[in-house]
Design a protein around this ligand. Structure first.
Ligand code: HAM
Length: 417
């Protein structure tokens, strides 16, 4: 029979990677909890229109990367390529804005983008995502960036660079777009890459973050968005930077940071690592005033970010799994029931361990105990079965002693289990 293999760009996560993911989520819950975030879980499937209207029809994500298919009633559905759109839909649909002036929502889970897989780039990947809905003040942007940096620090990550920019608002961005389009028309734009030639027409800002060296050279003298920020946007951005400065959070002003999703305005940011290869952006986000109303909701501003868990995992060492407290070695098949009952009794007391079922030589039974990594081996043969006892063997010192089975839990707990 032929084997069925996983889909390209999708991964199975075993320990230690799955343990790293669990650790990441638990640190996220702890840190975000301190800032008042609550957890929201949204569906993986949404109506395709949700992503077209939020992410933007001209973006790479919508044009080339979505897993979109009709359901059995021919409705177009899409597996979420990111979390923000679904969170906005849920926020609007639940009417949360009528219940609380500020919503701080945290989500984590799998996302799907049909990209070319490589190190740090998967077709199914996982994000930890945060959104703050309600405040218009720059303090919300700054506090969110500080929380992201605190989260990354508490994960033990170093060598990260925070890049930040302001994309302006609906008043000043069109003026910048026009200035940039005029600039692109004035250069030898036939020499731009094919994507950039298309973006020149559809989404000129995206030309700025093209990685092709020829395109970067040709656009080296392009007008910058920060120069075109209106006074309100400039004041907003200055306030964000001032707060980062007063917390001594280093950042790089990157006026080419335009992000790949269309809903951003004003503050945008990314956290980049230079130690995990070409896919170095481990987190990204920004402000998106206008998105909620664009999706049919109230006029509530928002700001958020998402971290890529696979990319963070590339920087996080796996930790040794905790040692089980016990392993029951069954030397006589007749003792299997008693072994299972003993183990259940110990687990009921909060102790962790396994039973080595099956037949085999004493040597092979003890090898199994060694492999389990347990601190203590509980040896149960015919004699112990008859006497109601068990041999307790310390797997580190080799010392052993026979005690009543009823006394095992107390012994293990007293030993500091
Ligand atoms: P994004 O920059 O598209 O933003 O993705 C955020 C992070 O997800 C990236 O920095 C990266 O770490 C990770 N990521 C993206 N694509 C892949 C992939 N194919 N494989 C592995 N990791 C990937 C967003 O998704 C926005 N929704 C963030 C946001 C939230 N903005 C406001 N609120």
């Amino acid at each position: 029979m032929s084997k069925i293999t996983k889909i390209k760009g999708f991964a199975d996560l075993f320990p230690p990677e799955s343990d790293v993911f669990t650790r990441m989520e638990s640190v996220a819950r702890q840190v975000f909890g301190r800032y008042g975030f609550v957890e929201l879980r949204t569906p993986i499937l949404e109506r395709t229109d949700l992503f077209c209207r939020s992410i933007g029809t001209e973006t790479d994500v919508v044009q080339k990367e979505m897993y979109t298919f009709p359901d059995r009633k021919d409705r177009s559905l899409t597996m979420r390529p990111e979390a923000t759109a679904g969170v906005m839909r849920a926020y609007i649909e639940s009417g949360r804005h009528t219940q609380e002036p500020v919503s701080k929502l945290f989500t984590s889970g799998p996302m799907f983008r049909y990209e070319r897989p490589q190190k740090g780039r998967m077709r199914q990947f996982h994000q930890i995502n945060c959104e703050v809905l309600g405040p218009v003040e720059p303090h919300a942007d700054a506090e969110l960036v500080l929380m992201l940096m605190r989260f990354l620090t508490e994960l033990g990550l170093t060598g990260l660079s925070l890049q930040i920019n302001s994309l302006g608002c609906k008043e000043c961005r069109p003026l910048y777009r026009k200035a940039l389009s005029d600039f692109l028309a004035s250069i030898d734009n036939a020499a731009l890459c094919e994507d950039c030639r298309r973006r020149m027409e559809t989404n000129p800002l995206r030309v700025l973050d093209c990685k092709v060296p020829g395109c970067r050279e040709l656009t080296a003298n392009a007008p910058t968005i920060l120069e075109h920020n209106c006074p309100e946007c400039r004041t907003h951005f200055d306030a964000v930077l001032r707060i980062l400065d007063s917390r001594n959070v280093p950042y790089v002003l990157n006026d080419r940071l335009v992000r790949g999703l269309d809903y951003y305005n004003r503050t945008t940011f990314e956290v980049v690592s230079d130690s995990i290869g070409s896919q170095g952006s481990v987190a990204g986000g920004g402000r998106y005033d206008g998105l909620i109303s664009q999706l049919g909701g109230p006029d509530v501003p928002g700001v958020g970010f998402a971290c890529g868990m696979e990319r963070l995992a590339l920087m996080m060492p796996g930790e040794d799994a905790p040692r089980p407290h016990f392993h029951v070695a069954v030397l006589d098949p007749a003792a299997q029931d008693a072994a299972l009952l003993l183990a259940e009794n110990l687990r009921a007391q909060g102790l962790a361990g396994s039973v080595g079922f099956g037949a085999g030589s004493i040597k092979s039974r003890m090898r199994l105990a060694g492999k389990s990594g347990a601190r203590v081996c509980l040896i149960l043969g015919g004699d112990e079965l008859a006497a109601g006892t068990v041999v307790v063997k310390d797997m580190d010192t080799g010392e052993q002693e026979t005690i009543g089975r009823d006394a095992v839990a107390a012994r293990l707990l007293a030993a500091g289990a």
